[in-house]
Write a protein that binds this ligand. Structure first.
Ligand code: ATP
Length: 215
């Protein structure tokens, strides 16, 4: 098993790179999706949220009222911390479970964990990555993509970038940088080269652990 941590700023091209890696054979795990999954209707984390913040945070069908929760936590850092204390351990556990499932299904699985806020959340302690890949595109390019492809205003796009860790903070974590400032073709060439390197590294890692086991 070989675990790739994939991160990058908003609209840098993480999903584009993750998609390509899946096409090449990687198993994808998406941190944003897990964060939604742990607070689905009927989960222990959602019950804990309702107990902590009141049952009016639930919609009539028993699902989370995200709007009401957002209104509380975006204005109150203490409550935000209390929410994180409920959700973060649940996400950590689910991440470990999903990685373990992938390894059980295929001992040579290459798993890509797409974790947008790796630099902010210091999620490095969460699982040990074999390699951290940072997708990078300069701010002007990302703003333009958010304006053209997502209909954001320039101000909103700029604000979203400044709310995240800086490029320097993210790049400091990188073992490999995929530069997605140019066209898609140039990016896919880099991803394919990454994949080749990962296949070799996984084979080396498997051989090394087989060697340790046989000693
Ligand atoms: P988010 O942080 O919002 O989840 P992301 O980092 O996953 O975004 P993508 O969704 O992969 O980024 O890319 C952002 C947008 O830019 C998408 O609409 C995507 O199709 C487009 N895009 C990605 N790479 C390129 C590229 N090299 N050239 C042109 N458009 C691109």
């Amino acid at each position: 098993m070989y675990l790739i941590g994939l991160t990058g700023g908003i609209a840098s091209g993480k999903s584009t790179v993750a998609q390509r890696l899946s096409e090449l054979g990687a198993v994808g795990i998406d941190a944003d999706r897990l964060a939604r999954e742990v607070v689905e209707r009927g989960t222990p984390a959602l019950a804990a949220i309702a107990e902590e913040f009141g049952s009016d945070l639930l919609l009539p069908d028993g699902s989370l009222n995200r709007r009401a929760l957002g209104a509380i936590i975006f204005t109150d850092p203490v409550r935000r911390e209390r929410l994180n204390a409920i959700t973060h351990p649940a996400v950590r556990q689910l991440t470990r479970d999903r990685v373990a499932e992938a390894a059980a299904a295929d001992p040579h699985a290459i798993v890509v964990y797409d974790v947008p806020l790796l630099a902010e959340a210091k999620a490095g302690g969460l699982v040990t990555f074999d390699v951290i890949v940072v997708v990078h595109a300069d701010a002007a390019t990302r703003i333009q993509r958010m304006v053209d492809l997502r209909g954001l205003t320039r101000e909103d796009a700029t604000h979203r970038i400044s709310a995240q860790a800086s490029d320097a903070e993210r790049l400091a974590l990188a073992d490999v940088v995929i530069d997605n400032t140019g066209g898609l073709d140039a990016t896919l060439i880099q991803v394919d080269a990454l994949w080749e390197g990962v296949l070799t590294a996984e084979a080396d890692k498997s051989a090394a652990s087989a060697g340790i086991r046989s000693q």
